[in-house]
Design a binder for this molecule. Structure first.
Ligand SMILES: [Zn+2]
Length: 278
């Protein structure tokens, strides 16, 4: 108990005091050193726990500051008025967000966001809809400073167009899906998520540059995967059979037949076949 320093009840401290009276100086020093070590261990365990807490939905001052710093790194303007929103739309810094088959907008006064936020909405909305069967509900996007709610933080990034709010679902499966997905993306360093009360919603600050790079990486991986798994062109050699070719390239006899318009099993040397993968 002394070594881990997790818990030391009052009467054990008294017992320890009595015990220390009977010890030599060097023994006392050793015990005091162990106690100091246990305090250091306890503090580092608590700090470690604090770091885990950062990766949560609770929100914190540190998280608000991190997001504000990101807005500054991106050199984003904190849009002041609705007229300025219009100018940003005309200049192409903000894009119009239209509801689609995967998400709806609920009383969103300014349906505009940074282009990467639009990409994020399309991707997340589609995945959410497929995973939990309901549409995602967007409750806020860009908010100029003059239209911020009274209780909002002066550091809020809604005026930059990089933030989006989602209504919290009544279905626990949907809440679990969106919370784990957003925390995963937060861990990847592409956004910051906070679960807010009254009204219950998720506040997400997307980091446009990092998110854009993240999606580009995913897309280029998909492209190279497709190249590898695309249909193969095979030139038939003497003695080959459709069955052998299917076995060798992970296809099936019927797939090869359909793909190449072969009715029976006859193939001939020099014939070029398309071999689809399973
Ligand atoms: Zn928000």
């Amino acid at each position: 108990m002394l070594l881990t320093g997790m818990w030391l009840p009052q009467n054990s401290i008294q017992l320890l005091g009595n015990y220390l009276k009977w010890l030599s100086k060097s023994e006392k020093e050793t015990i005091l050193r162990l106690m100091r070590l246990s305090i250091v261990l306890t503090v580092s365990i608590l700090l470690g726990f604090g770091q885990v807490q950062c990766q949560s939905l609770g929100g914190s001052e540190a998280s608000v500051n991190r997001v504000h710093q990101q807005a500054k790194h991106h050199d984003f303007t904190f849009i002041a008025t609705s007229a300025q929103v219009e100018r940003f739309v005309e200049a192409g810094y903000l894009v119009r967000i239209f509801p689609n088959q995967d998400y709806t907008l609920h009383s969103v006064s300014f349906p505009y966001a940074r282009p990467e936020v639009a990409t994020f909405l399309n991707r997340l909305g589609n995945q959410y809809h497929r995973a939990c069967g309901e549409k995602l509900v967007v409750t806020s996007l860009t908010r100029p400073v003059t239209h911020q709610p009274r209780n909002s933080s002066p550091l809020s990034v809604h005026p930059t167009g990089m933030a989006v709010d989602f209504r919290r679902s009544r279905i626990s499966k949907c809440r679990w899906w969106i919370e784990s997905t957003l925390l995963y993306l937060e861990k990847a360093g592409v956004l910051e998520v906070t679960r807010e009360r009254a009204p219950a919603h998720y506040h997400v600050a997307v980091f446009p540059r990092q998110y854009g790079e993240y999606v580009e990486k995913l897309l280029s991986r998909d492209r190279s995967d497709n190249k590898l798994s695309g249909p193969l062109r095979y030139t038939v050699k003497n003695g080959d059979s459709i069955w052998e070719i299917a076995q060798k390239y992970g296809s099936t006899v019927s797939q090869i037949r359909i793909e190449n318009g072969i009715r029976g099993s006859r193939i001939f040397p020099g014939q070029v076949l398309t071999v689809p993968s399973r």
